[in-house]
Design a binder for this molecule. Structure first.
Ligand code: TNX
Length: 528
């Protein structure tokens, strides 16, 4: 009893709480997605405590923001504060230290090096974006309950060692179609968070289509007032005000994600044609459309009104879009004559350039005379991808039969479509963007994007069911070197990632091909 009292006094005096040695952990047994470039384990661990601080290189405001992001991610579940301090001194005990690298060229724009020692953590990169990607790795090295919003009783240990990591492709994107069914600001922000977690860096938003115009254009207010008033199936639709859109752009930028806005032209334009009679060749407004078939609408490509309209829309969009790309759609313009389509693409390319941006479009745009800073998004025809290479135009790979998040997993999936086939989790993962099309090589490819079309998707549960777990595979295809990827290894990491998906309350598809490690939690609905 006396001994215990003595120990207790010692504890109070020397704050015993922090002195409990952390349990050793093996970094090679962590299941990171995407898989890092290289990893070395040192067999001990760092433990977060109430005293752990985040130390930022002096005066770096952008890094300070990343520090605050990390602090906010760590605080709720741990109950610790993670104060931020500025210092250039390395290896401060019990600190997570962020600093900008000197002489680590290989890390590029988004790479990072994470060193976890028993006493400190060091995270460096050439840019705050790199540090932010490294923060995602750090979060994945903590127990999955770190994502909870309430206090958890857990020992917050991080396996020690070194991770040196950088992305394979420069463009790692996802798309969300907010036209067929509208998803508002908060939902899009949630989507942004999903992308951030897996180190993706572009969110392409499909803002307009036959079934709805979703972005406010001040000079053409009826586009949203009328054209935004419905959606597939006839629901009430909705749209982003310019303030909403800017809020999304900022939220994404804070996570080093660039928004690529798409205005789909000259087909897929019924919502605009219904809103303004003068955009139609016969001068008559069409009726709003809530069906799913497409390919029937076209802007009047030989009418100058059309180009004033396109110029106004692109001008306003450019003013709120800091990223380099404006996506002009260009797909499935089946009601536009071929020569008119080509004429249209060439003119719109000039408009996009005049406003200082690069034109991006579905691979159909390769029918036009593209200049080399255009980007073609490959979705359907291999010949179009080859044409892009012939025009010295970079390609974003989104082959529908591999990368479409709206394809059903198998014949029993009730959500989604199957025109490009079924995409089980393995099919979505086992392909090499640089070996898919003869003549389209690694150097022709800017990156990878997985599009989610929402004809059949009406809410977040449905969205998550199609997006998860396939999104993680596309993130890895974009980030991890081809030679470091294989399905047998990936499926084990994915299976081990299950607890994280569940801790986040994500409604994922529990594919039978994945060795899931955790029985489904009560309360997490897995529905189709
Ligand atoms: C084809 S992919 C489309 C979209 C549809 C999608 C459904 C592309 C460029 N066009 O309009 O929503 O299929 O999977």
């Amino acid at each position: 009893m006396k001994n215990l009292l003595f120990l207790f006094c010692l504890c109070v005096l020397f704050s015993c709480e922090e002195k409990i040695p952390a349990t050793p952990k093996d970094l090679t047994k962590e299941f990171l997605i995407p898989k890092p470039d290289s990893l070395l384990a040192t067999g001990s661990s760092f433990q977060l405590t109430n005293e752990t601080q985040i130390v930022i290189e002096n005066g770096n405001e952008e890094l300070n923001k990343v520090g605050q992001y990390l602090s906010k991610k760590l605080s709720p579940a741990t109950g610790f504060n993670f104060p931020i301090n500025f210092s250039d001194k390395k290896n401060t005990p019990n600190a997570i230290h962020f600093f900008i690298s000197k002489n680590k060229k290989q890390l590029g724009e988004e790479g990072y090096e994470l060193t976890v020692d028993e006493n400190y953590i060091q995270l460096e990169g050439n840019t705050p974006a790199g540090i932010f990607r490294g923060v995602q790795t750090l979060l994945q090295l903590l127990p999955e309950t770190i994502v909870k919003k309430t206090l958890q009783s857990e020992s917050w240990e991080i396996a020690s060692g070194n991770i040196f990591d950088f992305p394979n492709y420069e463009y790692r994107g996802a798309m969300i179609d907010v036209s067929r069914h509208f998803f508002g600001v908060e939902k899009v922000k949630e989507y942004v968070d999903h992308l951030a977690r897996y180190k993706m860096n572009y969110l392409h938003i499909h803002l307009t289509d036959d079934q709805g115009w979703r972005i406010e254009i001040k000079k053409w207010p009826n586009l949203t007032a009328h054209g935004g008033s419905t959606q597939v199936g006839g629901g009430k639709g909705g749209f982003f005000t310019q303030e909403d859109y800017k809020e999304i752009v900022k939220y994404a930028a804070d996570r080093f994600i660039t928004i690529v806005p798409e205005i789909d032209l000259p087909g897929h334009t019924n919502a605009a044609l219904a809103s303004y009679a003068e955009l139609n060749c016969d001068g008559k407004a069409t009726k709003l459309y809530t069906g799913m078939e497409v390919g029937f609408s076209t802007l009047c490509t030989r009418n100058e009104n059309t180009y004033e309209f396109v110029d106004d829309v692109i001008k306003e969009l450019v003013e709120m879009t800091p990223g380099p790309y404006i996506h002009i759609g260009g797909d499935e313009s089946h009601s536009t004559k071929k020569e008119d389509y080509i004429y249209f693409v060439d003119r719109v390319q000039d408009i996009v350039k005049k406003h200082g941006k690069q034109m991006m479009g579905w691979d159909d745009i390769t029918a036009g005379s593209l200049t080399s800073n255009a980007v073609a998004q490959h979705w359907a025809k291999k010949e179009n991808a080859k044409k892009a290479v012939g025009q010295n135009v970079k390609i974003v790979m989104s082959p529908a039969s591999k990368a479409y998040l709206d394809m059903k997993y198998d014949s029993t999936t009730t959500l989604g479509l199957n025109w490009a086939g079924f995409i089980e989790v393995d099919t979505g993962y086992i392909w090499n963007p640089a070996a898919l099309i003869n003549g389209v090589k690694r150097e022709n490819i800017l990156g990878v994007e997985c599009p989610l079309w929402t004809e059949t998707v009406t809410d977040l549960d449905e969205l998550e069911y199609l997006v998860f777990p396939r999104l993680l595979g596309y993130a890895e295809i974009g980030w991890t070197k081809q030679e470091d990827r294989n399905w047998e290894d990936y499926k084990v990491r994915l299976g081990n990632h299950q607890a994280r998906l569940e801790a986040l309350g994500i409604n994922y598809y529990p594919s039978k091909l994945v060795p899931w490690t955790k029985p489904t939690e009560k309360g997490v609905k897995l529905k189709n």
